[in-house]
Design a protein around this ligand. Structure first.
Ligand SMILES: Nc1ncnc2c1ncn2[C@@H]1O[C@H](COP(=O)(O)OP(=O)(O)OP(=O)(O)O)[C@@H](O)[C@H]1O
Ligand SMILES: [Mg+2]
Length: 435
């Protein structure tokens, strides 16, 4: 008889699925917590909905709505409100069905691709290639297409995260041209809606564009904790089964998200993550313990993304701090140590420059601002003042992120010379101690 000699424990996936299906249910519609879900009601956005409805209503009569800007911090419901109004407007209009072309400038980011995207969305069959055509030719083709396919109707062009486009080469020019489409159209009318979460973004706009976007902009203020509670209550009725959320979960999630400038996305993510943690643990209820863990997980995700996005030199400054605290947890780290370790490790990576003490100090300040380390100045009496640095996140978390960075991965076991008992560094030369 054949025996299975494989001793290591294997994850039993069939059993896992069976248990999962037998386990307690938490969600009734998990998708209702997704960002893309458009809810039937948007509490605390009446002023903005009314304002946008008033601006766009004339589309129902075949007239041209004004172009306008919406702005407010991240997670304040800008995208959701525009999507909501567009759906309501579509339901009202039996004769004239407005077109809505939604473009996220973070995804479709160059002027060429924006024009191609608008054209390809309307045309459906004939496509503009991803590169190659001169922009004025695409513009001409687009004008013809708008008149022939959109015809007597209105075409709303929604440019979400419009600030990204403005900062691109040729961004102001394409915006200007899109705002003037109507001057060259015979039948169709267009209206441009810009959305941004960069509050200062208007200052960088060409004055001609600013005046075409109208004087009045629609502002989305951040939510406070009680507004977030209302939003979460509505959404959780759809997303969760009755009674699975313990009483304090909604107020707690709302309070946590209110601290982060009233971000509704964050509040919904917290709730979803807490639900998933409870589900994975096969618990019947979502409790504050699950919420705490969800908050921790989300914070870690956020920190991981932040570190991954930092420039290599900043990552190396963090690596220096990490190596010092990994190899000697009790060592008090001062900025001079970081300078030393940075110069050692940067020499292990081809093409990385030595930084000045001043630059290292700037990176230390940035890491402290991001909440990854804490740094405080200590007076050393006659010896002047020095900066003491401490990691504010766990070594495991830093290790996990740095391991994913190709150039840094291989130096994570480098023990800094100042921690090597048998070596000493003098004027940039390393000597072996003889006694
Ligand atoms: N008043 C509200 N009622 C219900 N859900 C809301 C409300 N405001 C925001 N949300 C929800 O919060 C999440 C984030 O909203 P949205 O994507 O509209 O934010 P945003 O202002 O566009 O943010 P960003 O600037 O980051 O793009 C979405 O899931 C949205 O459905
Ligand atoms: Mg948005």
């Amino acid at each position: 008889m054949l025996k299975n000699h494989n001793n290591h424990n294997q994850f039993n996936i069939d059993k896992f699925y069976k248990n999962y299906l037998k386990g307690p249910r938490i969600f009734s519609n998990r998708d209702a917590l997704e960002s893309s879900y458009v809810p039937d009601t948007l509490p605390h956005r009446d002023v903005q909905i009314k304002n946008i409805a008033e601006k766009t209503a004339c589309a129902l009569l075949g007239d041209t709505p004004p172009s306008f800007l919406c702005y407010g911090q991240t997670g304040t419901g800008k995208t959701a409100t525009i999507r909501y109004v567009s759906q309501k407007l579509a339901h009202q209009s039996a004769k004239i069905k407005p077109w809505w072309i939604y473009i996220n400038c973070n995804v479709v980011s160059t002027p060429y691709r924006i024009l191609a995207h608008i054209y390809n969305t309307i045309s459906r069959c004939e496509k503009i290639p991803p590169t190659g055509l001169p922009k004025d030719i695409i513009f001409k083709k687009l004008l013809g297409l708008l008149d022939s396919i959109v015809g007597n109707s209105i075409c709303f062009l929604v440019l979400d995260e419009i600030d990204i486009l403005v900062n691109r080469k040729g961004g102001n020019e394409i915006l200007y041209n899109l705002l003037r489409l109507n001057e060259n159209l015979d039948k169709c009318k267009t209206s441009l809606i810009g959305i941004s979460n960069k509050l200062k973004f208007r200052e960088y706009l060409d004055p001609r564009i600013l005046s075409s976007l109208g004087e009045e902009h629609i502002v989305f203020p951040s939510y406070d904790a009680s507004e977030l509670r209302d939003i979460l209550k509505e959404r959780s009725k759809i997303a969760f089964l009755d009674g699975v959320l313990k009483e304090d979960i909604i107020p707690l999630s709302a309070a946590l998200a209110a601290k982060e400038h009233g971000d509704a996305r964050k509040a919904l993510q917290l709730l979803r993550k807490a639900g998933e943690i409870a589900e994975r643990a096969q618990n019947k209820f979502v409790t504050s313990k699950h919420l705490e863990k969800a908050q921790e997980d989300l914070e870690n995700d956020h920190i991981k993304e932040y570190i991954k996005g930092m420039p290599l030199q900043a990552q190396l400054v963090l690596t220096s701090i990490y190596l010092l605290s990994k190899f000697s947890p009790d060592h008090i780290i001062i900025s001079g140590d970081i300078y030393d370790v940075h110069s050692e490790i940067r020499a292990l990576i081809p093409g990385v420059r030595q930084l000045t003490k001043r630059r290292i100090s700037d990176y230390i300040n940035e890491l402290a601002l991001a909440g990854i380390i804490s740094a405080y100045i200590k007076s050393m009496g006659h010896y002047g003042r020095t900066k003491i640095i401490k990691l504010d996140i766990t070594n495991e978390l830093v290790d996990k992120v740095l391991c994913g960075i190709e150039k840094i991965q291989m130096i994570l076991n480098h023990k800094p010379i100042l921690l090597q008992k048998d070596k000493v560094k003098l004027k940039n030369n390393i000597f072996k101690k003889l006694i």
